[in-house]
Design a protein around this ligand. Structure first.
Ligand code: PGA
Ligand code: ZN
Length: 396
């Protein structure tokens, strides 16, 4: 039985308040988890309420429904109870921040009762043996840093790494090398919300630097490291044009621009290259570059199976970003990953720009055999997940 469900406000990596939930069971099981928070959020995400409101609503509506509940580690029935406690499509009554924190805390309590690591509880006996390739943020701007690149994220993609540990170390090395190259050019740089360097340079210069850094580190480590991007284009689309720095592009020009970048830099990955409402342009780009590059929908799909199904039907993208707080429960994040993999879409489990030390997404990625995880390269709230992956790989 679930004995108690508690909520408290804690700090996230930006210094903002976020929701932490704790679940304890009569048999002595315990789980604690915290909600992350986005800055470049998609329009169709589940609703994040102000933290104090979310906690008050959760105490009133979620705790009484879960406390005393028969507890067999049945995540789906718990997540259905969360849906029922809220009663809306988008978790606007209790807040997706409260919902996701409890959903993850329940999974951890269940794992604790079983004496199993979380990835094992979530993935079960038929889990595969693959580890996700970590995508590491090395340069960034957009909504994650002022006065930096227009493209939100430049990512190292160590697709040739023989182990998750070497991949993680390679990404940190690319990050460091980028820092050195910036210094050589006299570009002082602070770091953005996800730990990437946030220099005041244009995107073309960032490509030069990231290209050089990934080549150098690939040579040093002896395996292939490609480049990925998150353009977060919904943030740059004004309803008529895409505005990246001084560049203004029509939708057709944006498709050409991204396709040319894929060619020029052999990009492994492009996330949200187009607006979150434009399934058609996504399909056009996917048709052009999709056999050698992942075209990933973040704001496009928002971890929502209905939106993903539409993408599958229309050929929009070939990959989905999975952020549990975009949908509100672990069960629904699982559903999105399963629908994706059944249809040949690669799932990329992802952090948010506002994070905590919570490492649930590392376990989620391993449990579901997700081919990729995007969770930064450096910074404590990012390395919490990366180091957890290294530990899981040692144990699994
Ligand atoms: P967010 O950014 O967490 O600020 O939404 C991450 C992303 O767009 O992938
Ligand atoms: Zn994104």
């Amino acid at each position: 039985r679930i004995e108690a469900v508690r909520f408290r406000p804690i700090l996230d990596s930006r210094g903002n308040k976020t929701v932490e939930a704790e679940v304890s069971t009569e048999s002595g099981g315990f789980g604690r988890a915290a909600a992350p928070s986005g800055a470049s959020t998609g329009e169709y995400e589940a609703i994040e309420l102000p933290v104090d409101e979310a906690i008050a609503a959760a105490r009133e509506r979620i705790a009484p429904r879960l406390e005393g509940r028969e507890f067999a580690g049945d995540q789906r029935s718990v997540d259905s109870a969360l849906r029922a406690a809220d009663g809306t499509e988008d978790f606007s009554e209790v807040g997706a921040n409260s919902a996701v924190a409890v959903s993850m805390a329940v999974a951890k309590a269940a794992a604790d009762v079983l004496g199993a690591p979380l990835y094992q509880h979530l993935g079960g006996a038929f889990r595969g043996r693959n580890f996700p390739v970590p995508l590491g943020n090395v340069v960034g701007g957009g909504e994650h840093a002022a006065d930096a690149t227009a493209i939100q994220e430049f990512l190292a993609a160590p697709v040739g790494a023989p182990s998750v540990r070497q991949a993680v170390f390679a990404n940190a090395a690319v990050h460091e090398r980028v820092g050195d190259l910036l210094e050589e050019r006299g570009e002082a740089a602070a770091k953005g919300d996800e730990g990437a360097w946030a220099p005041s340079i244009d995107d073309a210069t960032a490509f030069e630097i990231v290209d050089e850094a990934t080549s150098d580190v690939a040579e040093e480590f002896g395996f292939e490291i490609r480049i990925g991007l998150d353009l977060a284009a919904a943030e740059r689309y004004d309803g008529d044009e895409y505005v990246f720095g001084d560049e203004h592009r029509s939708t057709a020009e944006q498709v050409d621009y991204v396709a040319d970048l894929v060619d020029e830099y052999d990009l492994a990955y492009v996330e949200d290259p187009l607006d979150e409402d434009d399934f058609e342009a996504f399909a056009e780009l996917t048709e052009r570059v999709g056999d050698r590059t992942l075209v990933c929908g973040d704001d496009l799909f928002v971890t929502n199976t209905e939106r993903l199904q539409r993408g599958i039907d229309e050929g929009a993208a070939n990959s989905i970003l999975v952020k549990p707080n975009q949908i509100g429960t672990l069960s629904e994040a699982f559903d999105a990953i399963e629908l994706a993999s059944r249809n040949g879409y690669d799932a990329v489990v992802s952090h948010r720009s506002g994070e905590t030390e919570d490492a649930t997404i590392a376990h989620l990625a391993v449990a579901t055999d997700a081919p990729f995880i995007k969770t930064g390269a450096v910074g404590g709230e990012r390395t919490a997940k990366l180091n957890e992956l290294i530990r899981i790989a040692d144990e699994a």
